[in-house]
Design a protein around this ligand. Structure first.
Ligand code: DQA
Length: 148
């Protein structure tokens, strides 16, 4: 039996992972990250969908769809929308499941404009600065909470 349904959302520019400022974001590609998460989810018998978009509306549409398809948790790296998007916050506020916010870099060690997150006003947990490991920690936390 499948244990849970999880949506992983990656925001703008994360399609360039591996080649975009690797000194900050690392050398793993987005495909590497998604494959790692899919592998862990399959082992746990969990349905996982990974989506990256450079468009705010597409991320919002995916959150709306998650309200209706029995998704229990969203792991989201909103990237730059973290710091700007009231619309993504509003969409997440309309989602009843667990929300974990992930950042590859430690946003608090960086420019002041990265210190504020709209999404954190909704997130049940926030992980920053652990690189790809942060996504794995988020998925583990979600799987643990779904097993309860
Ligand atoms: C990021 C941090 C954001 O400030 C930045 O705009 C990103 C990636 C991270 O994963 O560290 O695109 O969310």
């Amino acid at each position: 039996m499948r244990q849970g349904k999880v949506l992983v959302l990656h925001g703008p520019n994360l399609n360039l992972l591996g080649s975009r400022q690797p000194e900050i974001y690392g050398y793993d590609t987005l495909e590497d990250v998604n494959n790692l998460l899919r592998e862990k989810a399959v082992m746990a018998g969990c349905d996982i969908t990974c989506l990256q978009s450079n468009h705010e509306g597409e991320l919002i549409d995916a959150i709306h769809a998650a309200r209706l398809d029995s998704t229990q948790a969203i792991i989201i790296n909103p990237a730059a929308y973290t710091h700007t998007s009231v619309a993504i916050l509003d969409a997440l506020n309309a989602f009843d499941g667990k929300v974990i916010e992930v950042h590859l870099s430690n946003v608090h060690k960086r420019e002041a404009f990265r210190h504020h997150s709209y999404v954190s006003l909704r997130a049940d947990g926030v992980i920053a600065g652990l690189g790809v490991q942060g996504y794995c920690a988020a998925l583990e936390a979600v799987l643990l909470s779904l097993a309860k």
